[in-house]
Design a protein around this ligand. Structure first.
Ligand code: ASP
Length: 350
């Protein structure tokens, strides 16, 4: 562990210990803690779990905490999978998807194909709290965000534009766009040309309440208007305050056909551990991937999907179709990445 992360992790565990001992934070006496504090996120969510854990330990509701956590990654121009700096659709326009779910009220809100607003998770929350609806898309979602004072901005960073341009130029040798020689394309861009991602973050707070958020720029270079799993309740996220929560990252289309997060929570309701529930649902996703384009030459899935879950008792787990894979967890003591079980090694994806 690097020194900075070690210090942060030590500070967090110190904060955790003092909260749990005195129940007194910032001068406010907290209600008796019903259990342990837990925050679970995807690989790219280590800063999110740290932020959310700090807030929860200071008495925040899990929903406030997980949204503040993912906002860090939404605002980061170097993360090309989420928010500002996210990879655009095939026309070079960034379109964002997000949803939130609040356990104590069993309420949810979402936005899809939202342009020009860098924190879709905040807009999703407002859909939940300030409308009678659950999901707003495209133009309507943008008008709604502007009505609430969000400022439009160009989300396409110079780096994301270059990655998109290389993708476009490399698409076909039968059109008029040419790639520069490969040795002139910086290495750091190459890894993104066919990569995408998402952040999901789930929290269990001092009151024993559970909430979650998922936010993404979706599949890179998608058809404009394409909506993935991330803003769909039951697919990209599901929370049941009496049971637990699940979030996902990876190929949204296969998740949408299986409503994986809902099913993980249902398996946890039946008594499965978070990890066992994630594995069981991914096994079903693999079995359901029958179309030839969803299989590679070995007969293995031609895509990846990852599930992350926590339950009411403070247990957590994750699983991935391909690995090695890791996810981010604050377990009440330490904030760090942990390995996820997986079905196939990365080298077998191609
Ligand atoms: N799940 C996201 C989507 O399909 C993409 C990803 O997580 O890689 O939009």
């Amino acid at each position: 562990m690097r020194r900075r992360s070690f210090l942060k992790s030590t500070l967090l565990s110190g904060l955790a210990a003092s909260v749990l001992k005195s129940k007194m934070v910032d001068g406010a006496v907290l209600k008796e803690s019903k259990g342990k504090v837990l925050v679970v996120s995807s690989y790219n969510g280590l800063r999110a779990t740290e932020k959310a854990a700090q807030m929860i330990l200071n008495g925040s509701d899990a929903l406030d905490a997980v949204i503040a956590g993912v906002n860090i990654v939404e605002n980061d121009p170097d993360d090309h999978s989420v928010g500002y700096g996210g990879l655009p659709n095939e026309e070079g326009v960034v379109e964002l998807d997000s949803c939130v779910m609040h356990g104590p009220t069993h309420n949810a809100g979402a936005v899809a194909a939202l342009r020009n607003i860098k924190n879709p998770s905040k807009v999703a929350r407002l859909v939940m709290e300030r409308t009678d609806h659950v999901l707003l898309v495209g133009e309507g979602a943008l008008k709604f965000a502007k009505a609430h004072g969000f400022k439009e901005e160009d989300l396409l960073t110079d780096e994301a534009r270059k990655i998109w341009l290389y993708w476009k130029e490399g698409l076909s040798d039968k059109d008029d766009w040419f790639l520069p020689p490969m040795d002139q394309i910086p290495e750091k861009y190459k890894k993104w040309i066919h990569t995408t991602g998402t952040i999901t973050c789930l929290g269990l707070d001092l009151q024993g309440n559970i909430s979650g958020v998922t936010t993404t720029s979706g599949l890179a270079f998608k058809i404009p208007g394409r909506v993935g799993d991330s803003p769909i309740i039951g697919a990209g996220l599901y929370v049941d305050n009496e049971v637990g929560a699940c979030g996902s990252t990876g190929r949204g289309e296969e998740n949408l056909k299986n409503l994986s997060c809902y099913q993980v929570v249902e398996y946890m309701r039946d008594g499965l551990s978070p990890e066992a529930a994630c594995k069981k649902v991914l096994k079903r996703v693999i079995d359901h991937a029958k179309l030839p384009e969803l299989k590679n030459s070995r007969g293995y899935p031609s895509f990846n999907l990852r599930l992350y879950a926590l339950n009411k008792n403070g247990e957590f787990g994750s699983a991935s179709i391909y690995g090695p894979a890791e996810f981010s967890v604050f377990d009440g003591k330490e904030n760090k990445r942990r390995p996820s079980p997986f079905f196939y090694e990365w080298k077998y994806l191609k």
